[in-house]
Design a protein around this ligand. Sequence first.
Ligand code: DAH
Length: 358
Amino acid sequence: MAQIDIDTSVEEASQAFLAAYAEHSCDHLVQARNAHLGKDAPLRTAQRQLGALAPEDRKQAGAQIQAGLAAITDAYSRVEALLDADDLAQRLSEEREDVTVPVVMNPVGALHPITALFHDMCDVFVAMGWEIAEGPEAEAEWLNFDALNFTPDHPARFMSDTLFLDPPEDHRILRTHTSPVQMRTLLTRDLPVYVVAPGKVYRADEMDATHLPVFHQIEGLAVDKGLGLADLKGTLDHLAKAMFGDEAVTRLRPHYFPFTEPSAEMDLKCFVCHGESVGNPARPCRTCRSEGWIEWGGCGVVNPRVLRAAGIDTDVYSGFAFGMGVDRTVMFRNNASDLRDFAEGDIRFSRQLVGEAR
Ligand code: DAH
């Protein structure tokens, strides 16, 4: 086999590969590879014919063919790499995102109105240096009732109000109010304490427009030296103004709670009619039902029995506490009339009351 034939084969193969590259055609490159490296390629045929040569020529011719095949393989690899690189560059430029094209935004969620109100109320207290406290929803009966000075026969404990958890001997319930967080706070934090505790509470109520078996409260507790009813009233009025505007005030009506003494129910002066709808049929008010005041929650001076149950010296420390329904607050704040809407999870309801996620 003549030297010239091998050089020509290598040359032809290289030309074919380069032609495929010039056309940017992977198909042509594969065809050229089959033609020049495949089993019918000229050098492969020559390889098969080596046996016909005289032994002294065979070795040299074999080595030349091998070198030729290696050169063709090398040329092929280089052209393939060039094509791959071009291909990648082209894809990168074609697929580049045009960040200036306007896009349709995925719809964002919305905070649930209860969550939004929790945030707003907690913000008011955090701004005064209060802390956020938490407790479990599955609570010890002792913390929910006994530690808060509920007598063993208090009606609130009865099955009709309280959801008891199995097994009965564990004395665990779904907390009926956020007040057990008061005792948890007193048992775990150093004095003085100023905390608010937002959370879910449970009662065995039938679901209707004004009752859900799961609802929400926010609890407040302050224990320090020399705290009393005036501090409670000032705190509640500050909260009312922060939430409902400068003209908002609260009023306290005597009431009974086992864990406060004295105790009161607190009303919020109607922030819509400011009381002007009372006895004035010409100007009825939907928010307060023309009563001038809206029932907001319970409060009082912490009963010394509660403080003593937590090992606190009541000659030195005293405190005040309050708790209010957050669902109710959203209802009169946003004029929502049916509590069941709160449990539906319809994002349109949340958007209407709160707006897009904040
Ligand atoms: N826990 C009471 C309830 O669910 C509300 C309440 C009353 C909370 C007086 C208090 C309080 O902290 O001092 O009806």
